[in-house]
Design a protein around this ligand. Sequence first.
Ligand SMILES: Nc1ncnc2c1ncn2[C@@H]1O[C@H](COP(=O)(O)OP(=O)(O)OP(=O)(O)O)[C@@H](O)[C@H]1O
Ligand SMILES: [Mg+2]
Length: 512
Amino acid sequence: MSDATADSVVLEARDIVKTYGATRALKGVNFAIHRGKVTTLFGENGAGKSTLMKILSGVTTPTSGEIVLDGAPVVFSSTVDARDRGVSIIHQELSLAPNMSVRDNIFLGREIRNATGVDYAEETRQTAALMRELEEEIDPSTLVEELRLGQQQIVEIARALSVNARILIMDEPTSALSASEVEVLFKVIRDLTSRGVSIVYISHHLEEALQITDYAVVLRDGAMTANAERSEIDLEWIVRHMVGDHYDRGSPPGGYEFGDVVLSVSGACVEDKNKGALLVDNLSLDVRAGEIVCIYGLMGAGRTELLEAVAGRVKLAGGDVKLEGRSLDGLSIAARIERGLVLVPEDRQRDGLVQTMSVGENLTLASIGSFVRRMLTQPAREKQIVQDQIRDVHIKTAGGRAAIGSLSGGNQQKVVIGKMLATGPRVILLDEPSRGIDIGAKAEVFRLLGEKASQGLAVVYSTSEVQECLSIAHRIIVMSKGRISAEFGPDVPKEDIMAASGEAVAHDAAIH
Ligand SMILES: Nc1ncnc2c1ncn2[C@@H]1O[C@H](COP(=O)(O)OP(=O)(O)OP(=O)(O)O)[C@@H](O)[C@H]1O
Ligand SMILES: [Mg+2]
């Protein structure tokens, strides 16, 4: 739609300031949402994206500044108030009740009622219709805790859609979605915009965001630094405005010899509990000290199951895992961490962090065993570890004592990485660790892993982004249907990696 009304501004933030104690999260931001268009908000971790969206959806109030809806100033007293006026938000951190059904989560707080009470049949019908629209086979009565992370994200999206909002804010809606699920979401977004719904989209997957967006806005340190229409920009433009001209996408560390094999997986099998099929099918892999191995694959290729089995989270149905020549059979997760094998899990909300604890407590959580074992409390040493990790992993926080919930999404992810590195491991497994991490921080994490590798750490890094393999790996393993379908060195063309995974090779724009 190109007529003037279609392009008009529906919701506007004027000179918004938000402070949290000494932190100035937003420093006077102007931001406009256009009717029937997608506006993408880009910015580094902690730039203030989520904070701005929380203000525009009634989650929190600005310290100063004005919100203008349809040309008139408004004050949103709550999310319910904002929702009643047509603004709905999909949060970056999933906010579903795990022990409730998909249906009950979608209608929580706005149950459909009939003469006798809640009309569960109607709620079920509407939930099923939403799932069909999102092309996801999820039964409305399934408990949310039984869904994989990506499916939970779909439910979160369905809940926002069910409100029939005029303005829909999506804060990192695709971080756990597969490529085909993203396709479906984009179809839904196009359908919504064609009906006049306005979308705000936030993602650290820059190529993906470029595909869907009409307008781009870049936030940096709480201030808007750039603003343009889609036709005027490309990937380079975003990166330049996000992190400046000094961006370097990195390369695998070199100039040293690998050591002995530290991790040896032989004939590993993992069974699907429900169907009895093999999610990991007789897979063998050796990793040497100092080596960085990337495991590339599509969602469902068995990468997470492999890493979880190696880390002791799920049982092997066959095969063996050895660390420095000794079998890990029967050892608990904690015992494996003691031996020097750690996992940075896929789902940081559920597995990685304790939300009621501080940044510092979370950082030392996995290494606490060694403090206690020595029957000493060593506050000085503990404080040192916390400070080292905050510095090394570039965690943007007021300090070790800050609540974990006060950190931006990407910075929480960095805490999980820091926590595992703090144990001084011999082998680190990382499952899609870069989700939600900005492009600059990603480069920092790569640099840090490269440095640790050159000191002898063995790194196994699972990713569904080809570019990440090329930026970090000495060796690239492609997984498909639970098996290794190909193995490459670091100079392989992108297309070969994708083809080996069973993926259609997309002709996307890349940063050159
Ligand atoms: N509840 C809070 N208490 C204290 N500080 C907060 C709180 N919420 C956000 N902040 C701070 O405000 C700043 C902006 O955070 P915000 O979550 O908006 O970043 P973001 O751009 O969404 O980052 P990301 O890409 O990592 O999600 C950060 O410095 C963050 O630590
Ligand atoms: Mg955020």
